[in-house]
Design a protein around this ligand. Structure first.
Ligand code: BG6
Length: 490
């Protein structure tokens, strides 16, 4: 048997994509609350009122709010994160379903603006504190270990508007306060923490979307990352001070990159893509210092960072205890002209003729997960967790209410088999939380119909439905997988 005793089988969610109740019990808005629904073809937009009072919208990735404009919720648009899948009111039912599957771990995030509605207050919102306490107690009731992401794509809107978001060093101070509150309030209920979800997206996505990103955009992205690295290091230090048993991890958007050809130019480009997209963040967070190639990356885009001596000390003292990552797909990089490109949400590069692609353009590549696990473990020798993996797919509800999702079972089974091989190869993998264990709002497209769950939620892309939960075939399958500690995958 390859999966170690006590392996953390479970599932993962994020507050902004599942809680809903966006303006309930004192919660302040986050950027995700002014982000519209989209699709694989139509991007999500951020909406605002411009300085002359006219409504406007901009693409949600990389855009800058026009001078004098204010973020706004507009009548003509639908904002799917507002009601999510109503986890806020239904968490007891949902956690009971996770327990029925035998979950050992449940990954979730804390909405910053539920604890600090604007983000810069001195004192937290008690109702927010109480809500998460109750969620963690519910998990504990079933011996489910919570894995808590402190920041998952949802900086309070007020901080974006009044401080310019993460380009402002002040954000470190606000994040420090928020993280410390979490560590103090939930001591004894939570042991595992992640500081920032997919921290590497900020720079990696600029790269993935072609050569359109300007040096100014890189300057901003690298600076934001630096402040987040420092905030993450502070959080690690503070967590250990408050409870030496706390285990704090980084969380990287894991993509396996392959060279398109054996042309040495491609091999080098591929290595540099790993450095820029994946290693840069992992190296700083796991090794506590900037890697040697960082200077080359900054010089490429004429980037000059605000980094203090104290920051460098903090990075060294705030190394993470474990490396966690999401994994959905691999991608191909090449210096050559390509015949066919991948098109989908959050996916780019040349099409790999050896792989199949999902309806959203994501490559199905379980071996890429093994490759990633082995490479990363060798680099850091820290415990690893795969904290997101899964298939976003269309599901059909049959007349009798059943949902047959063999495609999801196949996807997960193959990834589990490759995780097992990595463990046999010496990798210290301690957990696996599949993404969207209950259907939720897609981060990339804002859709509901891009479903990942073992549990179906009756809600459509216009927000209509009963929000009732039901078990898919994969629910019963995953239950068997967990009960057999990964040996029964049929
Ligand atoms: C990761 C995020 O990027 O991928 C999640 O951490 C997200 O928040 C997941 O939902 C899947 O992406 P999508 O676009 O299918 O929701």
């Amino acid at each position: 048997m390859s999966f170690p005793k006590g392996f953390y089988w479970g599932g993962a969610t994020a507050a902004n994509q599942c809680e809903g109740a966006w303006n309930v019990d004192g919660r302040g808005p986050a950027l995700t609350d002014v982000t519209t629904g989209g699709s694989v073809k139509e991007p999500r937009y951020i909406t605002y009122i411009d300085k002359d009072g006219k409504p406007g919208k901009m693409r949600s990735m990389g855009a800058v709010l026009p001078e004098g404009a204010k973020y706004a919720v507009l009548d003509d648009y639908y904002y799917p994160n507002h009601d999510g899948v109503d986890f806020y009111h239904r968490y007891k039912e949902d956690i009971a379903l996770f327990a029925e599957m035998g979950f050992k771990m449940f990954r979730m995030s804390i909405s910053w603006s539920r604890l600090y509605p604007n983000g810069d207050e001195e004192e937290p919102n008690q109702k927010g504190i109480d809500f998460y306490r109750s969620v963690f107690e519910e998990c504990r009731k079933y011996n489910i270990e919570p894995l808590v992401t402190i920041h998952h794509f949802d900086t309070p809107l007020y901080l974006e508007e009044h401080y310019g978001g993460w380009t402002n060093r002040k954000l470190i101070e606000f994040y420090d306060r928020f993280a410390e509150t979490c560590f103090r309030e939930y001591k004894g209920l939570v042991k595992y923490w992640l500081t920032f979800n997919e921290i590497n997206n900020t720079v990696m996505f600029l790269e993935m979307f072609g050569n359109t990103a300007t040096d100014e955009m890189y300057q901003k992205a690298y600076q934001q990352l630096h402040y987040q690295f420092v905030a993450s290091a502070h959080a690690v230090k503070k967590a250990h001070e408050i409870d030496p048993n706390y285990v704090v991890g980084c969380m990287i958007c894991g993509i396996t990159f392959y060279p398109g050809t054996c042309d040495p130019e491609d091999i080098l480009l591929n290595r540099h893509t790993w450095e820029k997209g994946i290693f840069y963040c992992g190296d700083v967070q796991c090794k506590g210092k900037y890697p040697t190639y960082a200077k080359r990356l900054w010089d490429e885009h004429n980037v000059h960072l605000d980094i203090t001596e104290q920051d460098l000390i903090d990075l060294k003292e705030g190394k993470v205890d474990m490396y966690t990552f999401s994994y959905y797909m691999s991608t191909v990089v090449t210096t050559h002209e390509v015949e066919e490109k991948v098109s989908g949400n959050f996916s780019a590069g040349a099409k790999n003729p050896y792989l199949n692609y999902s309806d959203w353009g994501w490559a199905f590549d379980p071996k890429g997960l093994r490759y990633y696990l082995e490479m990363i473990y060798d680099r850091y020798e820290l415990p690893l967790m795969v904290v997101e993996n899964g298939l976003g797919a269309f599901d059909k509800v049959e007349e009798d209410g059943s949902i047959h999702d063999p495609y999801r079972i196949d996807y997960l089974r193959e990834h589990i088999l490759d995780m097992e091989k990595a463990i046999e190869n010496g990798v210290d993998l301690i957990g696996y939380t599949t993404w969207g264990c209950i259907d939720l709002v897609s981060a990339g497209t804002g859709e509901m119909r891009k479903r990942y769950g073992f549990i179906y939620v009756d809600k459509d892309d216009e927000g209509k439905g009963t929000f009732d939960r039901s078990r898919k075939d994969s629910f019963y399958w995953y239950k068997k997988v967990i009960a057999s500690n990964g040996t029964d995958l049929d």
